[in-house]
Design a binder for this molecule. Structure first.
Ligand code: ADP
Ligand code: MG
Length: 554
């Protein structure tokens, strides 16, 4: 039997268009073909488990091999295979209609945005090959093996094949532009990137290992070089896992990093499907360093580590893995932002993280405080950026006092300072420093008056201060050097200069001359005996305006 035919297309020849569309992301052809092989393998395993296939499953590893001379890459599986009819249905029609649909839908879209985001499946093979062959034997008894061949036009050829073993070989005849894919390290690199956690063993070449032979002597033997860990941590049940398992998995993902502080195992199946593990790394003051560490998977196939729209911005500092078949990976990023599943996933992750932090705070406050330097950054980032997170985090967000180095929740702190630091308008005035060395005399002065000073010197604290002021009623924060202490917390007592107006003006003139600047907005006062001879202050409001301007208005 031999048959020639034309793949029915209602647009023009699709192959040149596929090539053009996916130009920058050619390597995903391997991800697509290997995951098809894995799908086919899992299907036959399932059929066997259900008693619908009684043949011998055999060695079900998926194998990837390169033939440099023939310039071919072969992907072989022992999955369900296909009959000639099935090839016509699944390859010629279905896979093809997917590709056609892709073109129809995205004809007008910005092509640079969709490159690599659309799983073109089987047809992505034509990005690197000028001829593709399928040799396949179905698991169904009494069926004839089939051989399909297509040279990247809409014409295909199908004939009988000799294959007796169940399964499928996909043979790619690599085109002249894609010879890089005949290099071992290139293929191994792609497999390690996309297939590292696929659920069926993937073999690429062999590896030499030492083994004890029958005579008890060490000998070198060649073993299958297995690329993947078929049961990554996130697919396991949390109850079966120990702390060490989470740490080991973290080390596997980020070999050079310090151990994480703690982690959250994600696991939902309604109303969307999501599994994963998110780790809190130790964060120092540089926030940018840690972004883009979360890896996104779909059924254990690596998709991307750009999770910008899937994970809330403030949680991008976290590390780990998210796996969801419900995240639409095959569409443009701008679409992703408005996708309702993505929004739900976003909310779910935010809630999980907030709950985990709250649990930690409640169950081990001391441990929580010790980690605050790192956690505090996430928490403040989240409180500033996300209303929902703020609502939960306000209960465990901490403030540190310079006076006693202790940590307080905002509520606790307000209760603590209420008796001494409430001004005449019933506003609770929180004093803070963001540079202890430079502001030490002011801090001392405040302490002498019996006031408490907060340490707010982190990279997000200037924004965080604004968040607290806007959320808590009758709360105001002032930097210790913003004014003399008596006025920072204005209790209505008169603080008057002991100099006359004209004496003060004279001193202003002296300053202007000395600084050679007569535009200076200066005010001089001589106050009743204080612990400091001279105090120079800059009003809180003016300073904040300046700081805002410097940080870009944020
Ligand atoms: P998808 O995987 O999303 O269904 P593909 O274009 O990757 O789309 O594949 C199209 C169809 O071809 C598959 O659904 C499957 O029925 C069939 N197929 C592809 N590769 C194999 C294989 N190695 N073994 C058996 N069937 C396969
Ligand atoms: Mg596929």
């Amino acid at each position: 039997m031999q048959e020639k035919g034309t793949i029915s297309v209602n647009t023009e020849n699709i192959f040149p268009i596929i090539k053009k569309f996916l130009y920058s992301d050619h390597e995903i052809f391997l991800r697509e073909l290997v995951s098809n092989a894995v799908d086919a393998t899992q299907k036959v395993e399932k059929l066997a488990a259900m008693g619908e296939y009684s043949g011998d499953l055999g060695d079900t590893k998926v194998r990837v091999a390169i033939d440099k001379e023939a310039k071919t890459i072969t992907i072989s599986d022992r999955g369900i295979g296909m009959t000639a009819e099935e090839i016509k249905k699944y390859i010629n029609q279905i896979a093809f209609s997917g590709a056609t649909e892709f073109l129809e839908k995205y004809k007008d879209a910005d092509t640079s945005q969709i490159i690599g985001k659309f799983g073109l499946g089987f047809y992505s093979a034509f990005m690197v090959a000028n001829k593709v062959e399928i040799i396949t034997q179905s698991y169904k008894e009494g069926t004839q093996a089939a051989h399909w061949e297509c040279t990247g036009t809409t014409d295909f050829e199908i004939k009988q094949a000799e294959k007796t073993e169940r399964g499928t070989d996909i043979i790619l005849h690599v085109n002249e532009d894609s010879l890089e894919f005949l290099e071992d390290h290139r293929i191994e690199g792609i497999l390690k990137k996309y297939c590292k956690f696929l659920p069926v063993q993937i073999v690429f070449g062999t590896r030499e290992v030492s083994e004890k032979g029958e005579d008890d002597k060490e000998q070198k033997v060649q073993k299958d070089n297995i690329i993947n860990n078929t049961e990554p941590l996130w697919v396991k049940t949390p109850n079966d896992l120990k702390e060490e398992d989470y740490l080991n998995f973290y080390r596997e993902l980020y070999p050079l990093s310090e151990d994480p502080l703690f982690w959250i195992h994600l696991n939902v199946d309604y109303p969307f499907n999501l599994t994963g593990v998110l780790y809190f790394p130790k964060v120092k003051n540089d926030l940018t360093l840690h972004k883009d560490k979360i890896q996104l998977y779909s059924r254990q196939v690596f998709i991307t580590d750009e999770v910008k729209d899937i994970v809330p911005e403030f949680l991008m500092l976290m590390h780990g893995v998210i796996d969801s078949p419900d995240i639409p990976l095959n569409v443009s990023r701008s679409y992703l932002q408005s996708d309702s599943n993505v929004k739900k996933i976003n909310n779910y992750i935010t809630k999980k993280v907030a709950d985990k932090l709250h649990d930690l705070f409640k169950s081990d406050r001391q441990g929580f405080e010790e980690k605050w330097e790192s956690i505090g950054l996430f928490v403040k980032y989240g409180m500033i950026a996300e209303e929902k997170f703020y609502d939960k985090a306000k209960n465990f967000s901490l403030l540190q006092s310079v006076n006693d180095d202790k940590y307080y929740t905002v509520e606790e702190y307000l209760t603590k300072i209420e008796p001494t630091q409430t001004d005449k308008d019933q506003t609770r005035v929180l004093l803070y420093t963001n540079e202890e060395g430079k502001q030490d005399t002011y801090i001392q002065s405040a302490k002498n008056k019996g006031y408490d000073v907060l340490r707010l010197d982190g990279p997000l604290d200037s924004h965080f201060i604004g968040t607290i002021e806007s959320k808590f009623e009758k709360v105001s924060l002032k930097r210790v050097d913003a004014d003399i202490v008596e006025r920072l917390i204005d209790k209505g007592e008169k603080v008057e200069s002991v100099l006359s107006k004209s004496e003060e003006e004279k001193i202003v003139e002296i300053f202007k001359k000395a600084l050679n600047n007569d535009k200076l907005d200066l005010k001089v006062e001589a106050l009743p005996a204080d612990d400091m001879p001279v105090t120079i202050t800059l009003p809180e409001f003016m300073r904040r305006m300046e700081e805002m301007a410097k940080s870009g208005g944020g």
